[in-house]
Write a protein that binds this ligand. Sequence first.
Ligand code: CMC
Length: 374
Amino acid sequence: MGDEVKKGLLGIVVDETTISQVMPDINSLTYRGYAVQDLCEKCSFEEVAYLVLNGDLPKKKELKKFKKQLEENRNITINLREIVKHMPKRSHPMDVTRTIVSVLGLEDKETNNNSPEANMKKAIRIFAKAPTAIAAFFRARKGKNVIPPKKNLSFSENFFYMCFGKVPNKEIVKAFDVSLILYAEHSFNVSTFTARTITSSLSDIHGAITGAIASLKGPLHGGANEEVMHMMNKIKKPENALKWINKTLDKKEVVMGFGHRVYKKGDSRVPTMEKYFKKVSKVKSDKKFIKIYEIVKKVMIDRKNIHPNVDYPTGPTYHLMGFDTDFFTPIFVISRITGWSAHIMEQHAANKLIRPLSKYSGPDHRKVMLLNQR
Ligand code: CMC
């Protein structure tokens, strides 16, 4: 066995998956063989969630049953609602989200049952309940009443309803749905690999998703959508954008929402999300962020040949929809629960303990001296 170090597992293929394929050469991402841009135009988020979890798009009857299952599982316990209401108001919502899934694990009767049937049921429960608890924190930390979920609303409509008490117009809901479709799955990214690693010791789905959330929080991964908004707020207005981005690049600083480990010629999800970002900007009659967006993007490509990733357009889109900046990554979570769950089930189905090696570079072998001799 060679001892060449591949820092960050760069270029290493560690397992097979049937869930999604990132194809940087033809700039495409497919879920179970379907191109995401096609899914965004022809399907609802629920259909795509079903696809990611089950392996194929649902027929009418299957979708109806799946939606009913989600609706029936949306309620959270009084216990969880009270825990959320008592979380420190200054907590980062991603830390709250992590705790929510952990508490769901404490409450679930099948936490330690890793059978495929139990895992699918638990995945659906986490997927249905986590948004309710996240929306509860969205309101509770502002001293507002918690709004319980409402039946006969789609996944996206219900999330808006629980956060704001009303459902926005169709174009806004569609843009949100599209963002969730684009965030649902992305092969062996950091958080998914974390979930699979936790699963590989035969641990449970709640633990694996809790770990995945901690991993997604980081600004080099899902946390980038929040950082993009901080950057746009720092720039303030389009007239400042050119100077800001050139100065930032002169200082050799990393610009959030740009670059990708796999795509080097652009993230295939960006054109679709950009289209819906523009639609939301139009509905909201707010062109400021789209102007800043275009200026920064052009300079990044011209000067560095580094393209935006999906977090670049989602950040300002969520802002225009009215979400607080620190809730952008929890929104990513409510979608990615589907991808993580599918990977956790795939890992269980053909498990091999994930345990890489390391090259030791510490002190040579030495004797322990007694305390009074050191
Ligand atoms: N701004 C400025 N320079 C960059 C950027 C950026 N966003 N991304 C990469 N580079 C430069 C980097 O400095 C390096 O230059 P050099 O070779 O001169 O040292 C070169 O490009 C290669 O970058 P890398 O960091 O070695 O590439 P990586 O594959 O290890 O990292 C990345 C990928 C996503 C961590 C990185 O591009 C980055 O930090 N981007 C900003 C954070 C971000 O937007 N993350 C979201 C990722 S995609 C969606 C998601 O997971 O949520």
